[in-house]
Ligand binder design. Structure first.
Ligand SMILES: O=C(O)CCC(=O)C(=O)O
Length: 275
């Protein structure tokens, strides 16, 4: 017998059940089924504080380099492209966060590379480029039995209902088309998360930044990791020095997956072929 409002724990007629044995396994189960989950990065409060400062410095430098009015004209003012290539170690470390990589290894069978890393600023009282429904493989309408790409949105600030926490359409990675307006209205959920969390999404789940009603920016860093068959948004190896990177990190950043430039180059790479 169940009591009111309690989720039943008894069951019958079940021959198969997932048995996750860690919080990361549970997150992987939720990403597979619903398309999203939240995990902790493990950053301490001082580490988060220092990351927040690094984010602001990197942004100031980026805007000085590319120009505010030019960025605004391109609808790019609220994005910092590829900060790991110009923003210092903190961004590279973030892209290699051990909790996140462990989860990615559970979700993407085989090798994966970082396709892109972007600083995302949800401005106060203003719309911005990520505040519209999209997939992180945009213009794609297919269903895949395993994720081809996963995105991980690192919350630099708390994500709240007030400051425009990300909206997600649960399980929408399992249907090809974007659902009807009424379906979206009834089924979209807003994902609150603490600063220092990663909101992890199947890249095919529809999501959108919410409207930031507060007076402060809500900052994040988005990452997209994919099987090594898709080209990177910006060529990461060509914009980083590789000398002090481990073989595993070189793999993740795509150094080992550059397109051969010729048949000879292809054949010479066959000796230690990885894919
Ligand atoms: O800002 C957000 O809440 C969502 C960010 C996003 O959708 C993206 O970077 O793809």
């Amino acid at each position: 017998m169940t009591t009111d409002n309690k989720i039943p724990s008894a069951s019958y007629g079940i021959l198969q059940q997932n048995l996750p044995d860690s919080t990361l396994d549970e997150a992987a189960e939720q990403v597979r089924n619903l398309g999203y989950a939240i995990i902790d990065s493990g950053y301490t409060a001082p580490e988060l504080h220092s990351f927040s400062e690094e984010f602001n410095c990197t942004r100031d430098h980026y805007v000085q380099t590319y120009g505010e009015s030019e960025l605004r004209g391109l609808n790019e003012f609220h994005t910092i492209r590829a900060p790991l290539t110009h923003g210092g170690d903190a961004f590279l470390k973030l892209a290699l966060n051990e909790h996140l990589l462990s989860l990615l290894k559970k979700l993407i069978p085989g090798k994966f590379i970082l396709n892109q890393q972007n600083g995302v600023i949800n401005p106060p009282q203003e719309t911005y480029n990520q505040g519209a429904w999209h997939r992180d493989l945009p213009y794609q309408h297919f269903v895949s039995t395993k994720p081809l790409a996963i995105n991980a949105l690192f919350c630099v600030d708390d994500f709240t209902f007030e400051n425009g926490a990300t909206f997600v359409l649960p399980a929408s990675h399992k249907a090809e088309a974007f659902p009807s307006e009424n379906y979206v209205r009834k089924n979209a959920i807003q994902v609150e998360a603490k600063a220092g969390s990663f909101i992890v999404l199947d890249c095919m789940v529809f999501h959108a930044g919410g409207f930031n009603k507060t007076n402060l920016e809500r900052r994040a860093v988005n990452h997209l990791y994919n099987i090594p068959y898709f080209k990177q948004q910006i060529n990461i190896p060509m914009n980083m020095t590789s000398s002090d990177l481990s073989p595993e990190v070189r793999d993740i950043l795509g150094f080992t997956y550059a397109e051969p430039t010729s048949i000879s180059d292809y054949l010479s790479k066959r000796t230690d072929k990885k894919y």
